[in-house]
Write a protein of this length. Structure first.
Length: 248
């Protein structure tokens, strides 16, 4: 019988049980990223630049060369690495606290320069690892350990993908999710396209992926997809916002 699905077909993953919190979607994102790298022959030629935050636990589960940047500095580290080794697939993997708050300038200016790497931002609207503090993407009315987001005092959630999509040097940009099987497949296709544009045309891509954080959202792990559908998507709609392959 031909094997069509299983760990044997995803050589990017170590054979470890996940240590992420129940209901966290980082493991699923790790899995589909590993599938893209394995299925398209990128695995041995990839370097991931890791953040400070929950995403850095990916080091335990993915058998890929990785470097660790200071908090928020993944975009700067990836810029240096890719310029020295343009033959490598370079991917940054950050949360919204790392990429949009502490590293907001690094993220923005790497995109503005059109650096030839792929940026993945996992947006769970919170600082997850450091205790549930408010992030730039926290929803209005959402309760965090640093208070409730009130628009009149803290402003509105930052729409990172929409901001980056306006920059002319960006090759591909969009917001995706992994809360249903259909959305998992769409996210996987977006990651594949972003890496192809990086390697074939030297383009920068920004992939924002919505994720759940049940611990800091104070919900049951199984309720994450429902909360994304009902509360998160109205604020952060999904879709491709820029695609240089479809521009005149």
């Amino acid at each position: 019988m031909e094997l069509t699905y299983g760990k044997e077909l995803n050589k990017a993953l170590f054979n470890h049980d996940s240590g992420f919190c129940p209901g966290c979607m980082h493991p699923l994102i790790n899995k589909i990223l590993g599938e893209v790298l394995t299925e398209n022959g990128y695995l041995e030629n990839t370097v991931m630049v890791m953040p400070i935050g929950c995403g850095c636990n990916t080091i335990r589960y993915m058998d890929v060369d990785m470097v660790r940047g200071l908090h928020g500095r993944a975009g700067a580290v990836a810029t240096g690495f890719k310029r020295v080794r343009p033959d490598k697939v370079v991917i940054t993997y950050q949360g919204d606290g790392d990429a949009a708050a502490i590293g907001g300038l690094e993220t923005f200016y790497a995109a503005n320069r059109g650096e030839a790497f792929t940026a993945i931002m996992v947006n769970n609207q919170i600082f997850g690892m450091t205790g549930g503090q408010m992030s730039p993407c926290t929803l209005v009315g959402q309760q965090t350990t640093t208070g409730e987001r009130l628009a009149q005092h803290m402003g509105y959630p930052v729409h990172c993908a929409e901001m980056i999509a306006q920059l002319p040097a960006v090759g591909f940009c969009g917001r995706f999710s992994v809360h249903t099987p259909k959305h998992v497949l769409q996210t996987k296709a977006a990651i594949k396209k972003a890496i192809e544009l990086q390697m074939n045309e030297g383009k920068y891509s920004f992939i924002e992926i919505l994720s759940a954080c049940p611990v800091n959202w104070h919900i049951k792990p199984e309720d994450g997809p429902k909360v994304i559908e009902e509360r998160v998507l109205p604020e952060f709609p999904l879709g491709v916002l820029r695609d240089c392959t479809k521009e005149a």
